[in-house]
Design a protein around this ligand. Structure first.
Ligand code: BEZ
Length: 243
């Protein structure tokens, strides 16, 4: 979706690029629009300071899946539970070959001292990197700043990135609502079943439930491919047990 930006916001996003190529008046006249990231887009690459050192996103991910999620601010209650929950689920992310990165616009020293609180209060060990996005590079690349929700803080955005570096899922939550990280894992399971086996997942699906054969697979091929059987309810609605 095209998003309009005020001149002030444009200057914050592209301070050097724009000053060199447009006058202030031209920017006013142009009514600059920037496309928000959409599913299937390439995940913007970046290099950033994090709690585990400088990271380049693409190098960090390698051939793995990725979850990049923003939180509004360090030392806040809902964020504390979210990062704690993510740390508790670290093994589940690893099982699925998913690398996790958190981001906010707070500085590195704050991230480090807050991590101690998270570990203490949430009974976990945060091992994934927290990006210190003080200059808002990552927040701007991923559209994590929503000025009408907060003038300064990132909202709760979450992106699942595939091994092809394409964006597979975007969710956006308000600051007051902690996300459901079991749902994030559920979507990852669904995405991986689609990528690896040509299967899709029905409404409210959970691991172990029957799956739906992707419309791109003929019933004849599905019967060969899924030895546990294919139940044809309609030519376009075909179920198979979880392989
Ligand atoms: C929180 O994490 O609790 C929070 C952060 C920013 C605004 C509101 C709540």
């Amino acid at each position: 979706m095209a998003k309009s930006f005020t001149v002030k916001q444009i200057y914050e996003i592209f301070p050097t690029k724009l000053v060199g190529c447009c006058t202030f008046a031209e920017i006013f006249k142009l009514k600059f629009t920037i496309m928000s990231l959409q599913l299937g887009d390439a995940a913007p690459d970046f290099t950033a300071e994090t709690t585990i050192g400088k990271i380049n996103l693409y190098e960090f991910l390698g051939d793995s899946w990725g979850v990049l999620f923003s939180h509004p601010a360090d030392f806040t209650p809902v964020c504390t539970t979210e990062l704690g929950r993510t740390a508790q689920l670290q093994k589940e992310f690893e099982k699925r070959d998913v690398k996790v990165l958190a981001v906010s616009v707070d500085p590195l020293d704050k991230h480090h001292s807050w991590t101690k609180d998270i570990n203490e209060t949430q009974n976990c060990t945060v091992e994934f990197p927290l990006i210190a996005d003080e200059d808002k590079t990552v927040a701007n690349l991923y559209g994590m700043l929503h000025p009408n929700a907060s003038a300064t803080a990132t909202v709760r955005s979450l992106f699942i990135i595939g091994p092809d570096k394409k964006i597979k899922l975007i969710i956006l939550y308000p600051a007051s609502t902690g996300r459901n990280f079991n749902e994030v894992l559920r979507v990852i399971d669904s995405l991986q079943l689609t990528a690896n086996q040509g299967l899709t997942t029905p409404a409210d699906w959970v691991l172990g439930d029957d799956l739906i054969v992707s419309p791109s697979i003929s019933t004849e091929d599905a019967i060969k491919k899924f030895p546990k059987g294919v139940k044809v309810v309609k030519p376009y609605l075909r179920y198979t047990p979880q392989p």
